[in-house]
Design a protein around this ligand. Structure first.
Ligand code: FDA
Ligand code: NAD
Length: 426
């Protein structure tokens, strides 16, 4: 007979850390809670990996960024888990789950039982092999999801001296890693299929500002195309990236960020899956009443918009985790999760935040030449989304309020003129 717990959190990422803190705030008994993680370190603030971790000077290292320092809360070190009687089962991959028997099976064939399971398995990176790219097993090709990946990338970057990097993908990982590489003195070429960077969120106009900035830092953009193969040298190291049209880009190091897939495999056939994630209700409860799902893996009702979404961002991981714990510990006091989408990034000395939904028409304001500009998205005469580069704390809070309240606006010209003042006046 293996170990048994009242609550098991499967996954040891951002959501797991914030769930643990919330359990302690609610007063969970010693020995009732266990976190199982494939990673060998306790939960940490994953966003640091593509930012502070890769800096040439003043870089952050664990244990400095364990959860929950990202929101100014306690830093949960191994000692903290011990003090609160929370079992950390690290370096342990779960290879099978039986939700009827309420058991999980580790790769070492140990069975761990639960009464309540919180699935916080996050996501895995999509690999170029999945797109049919050949020689994708060459050395010096890096993906970035966990601290081991980040450490390998960092070491390769330090050893690179004089070498060139190619970044595949124009999303978050591509943009943040390209900035980190350039900051470390590595010349970068970025390749992605869309006509502009960050195509899931940015409009062409917003993207132009960032692309121009990156270009001024020496980044070369190759847009509207994909790669078909890698070329490696006699040592098995990557030597070049070959694009679909045959163009050869010399490369000594490659960073790939071509999206992710939620880690749902263990539960397929046992739980309802929707939009690539595990479907939950407003309490983060899945189709099995003893099982909850939070963070990147959860497809949840986005109450404000009346639809189901899966979000791959840290703020939702933190809040959905806390919400699931509240629903478990104080069900009578817990209403439905009512999340306002919030995304952000920081690169070089730039910093932007976005709140709400990027649907409808975009109204721009501010002066991008001065490094401070923004946009409102208007859908059916309501301001539904708001973006700002270079804002202050108060201005970002005001934008969040706009996206939450969705005020009616008919005079878009006046809105553009008012800019951030519109948000601050609400
Ligand atoms: P997360 O991925 O954090 O954790 C999943 C955990 O489950 C991992 O520990 C994994 O090992 C474990 N696991 C999975 N399957 C398992 C199994 N079978 N057995 C055992 N363990 C298993 N977002 C944002 O809003 N702003 C930002 O700046 C950034 N920056 C950023 C940088 C980088 C490099 C990445 C990779 C991601 C970001 N993000 C981000 C996204 C953000 O980090 C992400 O949304 C959260 O980490 C999601 O938290 P979860 O806990 O859901 O998954
Ligand atoms: P993403 O979804 O942000 O971007 C994926 C990119 O892959 C697309 O923009 C596209 O340019 C590119 N792409 C797709 N197919 C391609 C192909 N065949 N060849 C070349 N490029 C291709 O995903 P990501 O950048 O890989 O990030 C992974 C995860 O990490 C996401 O969940 C993201 O939200 C998260 N993350 C978030 C932040 C942040 O919020 N600041 C920072 C880093 C990572």
């Amino acid at each position: 007979m293996g170990r048994a717990y009242k609550v098991v959190i499967l996954g040891g990422g951002v959501a797991a850390g914030y769930a643990a803190l919330e359990f302690v705030k609610h007063g969970i008994n010693r020995g009732d809670l266990c976190i199982i993680s494939a990673e060998s370190v306790p939960p940490y603030e994953r966003p640091a990996l593509s930012k502070g971790f890769l800096l040439p000077e003043g870089a952050v290292r664990l244990p400095a960024f364990h959860t929950c320092v990202g929101v100014g809360e306690e830093r949960l070190t191994p000692k903290w888990y011990k003090e609160h009687g929370i079992e950390l089962v690290l370096g342990t991959e779960i290879v099978a789950a039986d939700l009827t028997r309420k058991t999980l099976l580790t790769a070492a064939m140990e069975t761990i039982s639960f009464q309540i399971l919180i699935i916080a398995t996050g996501a895995r990176v999509l690999r170029l092999e999945e797109f049919g790219v050949t020689r994708a097993d060459a050395q010096n090709i890096y993906y970035l999801r966990d601290v081991n990946d980040a450490t390998k990338l960092l070491e390769a970057m330090i050893l690179l001296k004089g070498g060139k990097a190619v970044v595949i993908g124009g999303g978050y990982i591509g943009m943040e890693c390209a900035a980190a590489l350039v900051t470390n003195g590595v010349p970068v070429t970025m390749v992605f299929p869309e006509s502009h960077c960050m195509a899931r969120l940015f409009t062409p106009q917003i993207a132009t500002f960032y692309e121009d900035y990156y270009t001024s830092k020496g980044v070369v953009f190759i847009k509207g195309t994909v790669m078909s193969a890698f070329e490696s040298n006699q040592n098995g190291k990557v030597a070049a990236v070959i694009l679909k049209d045959g163009t050869r880009l010399p490369a000594d190091l490659v960073v790939v960020g071509v999206g992710i897939r939620a880690n749902t495999t263990l539960f397929e056939g046992q739980l309802v899956i929707e939009k690539g994630g595990i479907k939950v209700n407003g309490k983060m409860r899945t189709s099995n009443s003893s099982v909850y799902a939070v963070g990147d893996v959860a497809a949840f009702p986005l109450k404000m918009y009346g639809d189901v979404r899966r979000l791959e961002h840290v703020d939702h991981a933190r809040k959905s985790a806390a919400h699931a714990v509240q629903a478990i510990m104080t069900p009578e006091k817990t209403s439905d999760y009512d999340y306002l989408p919030y995304f952000y990034s920081r690169v070089f000395t730039l910093s932007w935040q976005f709140f709400g939904d990027n649907v409808g028409d975009c109204i721009y304001f501010g002066d991008s030449t001065k490094g401070k500009f923004g946009a409102y998205w208007i859908d059916k005469c309501r301001v539904v989304g708001a973006f700002l580069e270079g804002g202050s704390k108060d201005e970002y809070s005001a934008l969040a309020l706009v996206a939450r309240q969705r005020p009616i606006t008919e005079d878009t010209e006046a809105l553009a003129g008012q800019g951030i003042k519109f948000a601050l006046s609400l």
